[in-house]
Ligand binder design. Structure first.
Ligand code: KIV
Length: 289
């Protein structure tokens, strides 16, 4: 998706138009400047600084411990590494449940200090008033329903949601209410593909699926899953486009071997002493810095 010189990043209205134009939206998570730059270069539309950082970066078993300060740090890293993609910051557990004022002030920090263009919040119902207020003050909101991992303690796990007629109907209603409250898009996580299709057809904002089948208006994955870095657990919707874990282990063990055998570094990979010109007294620039 192209961006303009006046506003160089992909915008929320552009993503909304994708649905009407039948263009599939592509999102991916990112947590640092280097990966974010590669992902942008490869053509994604938006990067989510997900609280999944709690799992893949911080090593927690849930996303619950992630804090505003940790998420702000990661968001700043991702925005410094990119210039075109839209950056969506995930509001961590506890940052949008206390009060509307507290939520607005946390979301404002993501835009002002983090360089994000939008925030994402898990849930519906009690959040509708908060979402209206955020949109009123100028903060685009991405909704997130289905499996919302911050509710793991209520769900009792990370199971598929919306499999009963009652829970499926409730999710369709949630989606419509989130659209009415002003969300510009909706993440649908781990719900049956038929339900994802029904929700996608029921709202005019784009749905972004993760583990919710092919009928959503776009897709998102956790980048570490796409890169095959996580070997302990592979949900059926994850496709490895790289066997990253294996490649990294091979590279590191090759390096370990080279160091142990004295094959790394060579003289060519080392610096020689700088020479000083006697006449001028100036230091000769080294061949490489
Ligand atoms: O935190 C995250 O990475 C997410 C995606 C799974 C949508 O919320």
């Amino acid at each position: 998706m192209s961006s303009s010189k006046i506003f160089p990043r992909v915008t929320a209205p552009q993503l909304v138009r994708c649905k009407a134009e039948g263009r599939r939206i592509v999102g991916l998570t990112a947590y640092d400047a280097v990966f974010a730059a590669h992902e942008e270069e490869a053509g994604v539309d938006f990067l989510l600084v997900g609280d999944s950082a709690g799992n893949v970066i911080a090593g927690h078993s849930t996303t619950i411990p992630m804090t505003m300060e940790a998420m702000l740090f990661l968001t700043r890293c991702v925005s410094r590494g990119t210039s075109r993609v839209m950056i969506v910051a995930d509001m961590p557990f506890g940052s949008f449940q206390i009060s509307v004022e507290d939520t607005v002030s946390n979301a404002v920090r993501f835009l002002k200090e983090g360089g994000a263009q939008a925030v994402k919040m898990e849930g519906a119902g009690y959040l509708l008033g908060t979402i209206r207020r955020l949109v009123d003050v100028g903060i685009p909101v991405m909704g997130h329903i289905g499996l919302t991992p911050q509710r793991v303690n209520v769900f009792g796990g990370f199971n598929v949601q919306g499999r009963t007629p009652e829970s499926a109907n409730a999710l369709v209603e949630d989606a419509k209410e989130l659209e009415n409250a002003g969300c510009f898009s909706l993440v649908l996580e781990k719900i049956p593909l038929e339900l994802a299709r029904q929700i996608t057809e029921s709202v005019s904002i784009p749905t972004i699926g993760i583990g919710s089948g092919p009928h959503c208006d776009g897709q998102i994955l956790v980048n570490y899953d796409l890169f095959g870095m996580f070997e302990q657990f592979k949900p059926k919707f994850v496709r490895h486009y790289l066997e990253g874990a294996q490649l990294i282990r091979e590279a590191v063990s090759h390096w370990v071997e080279d160091v142990r055998e004295g094959k790394y570094p060579t003289a060519e990979e080392s610096y020689s002493q700088r020479t000083v010109k006697a006449s001028s007294g100036k230091v000769v620039p080294p061949e490489e810095e």
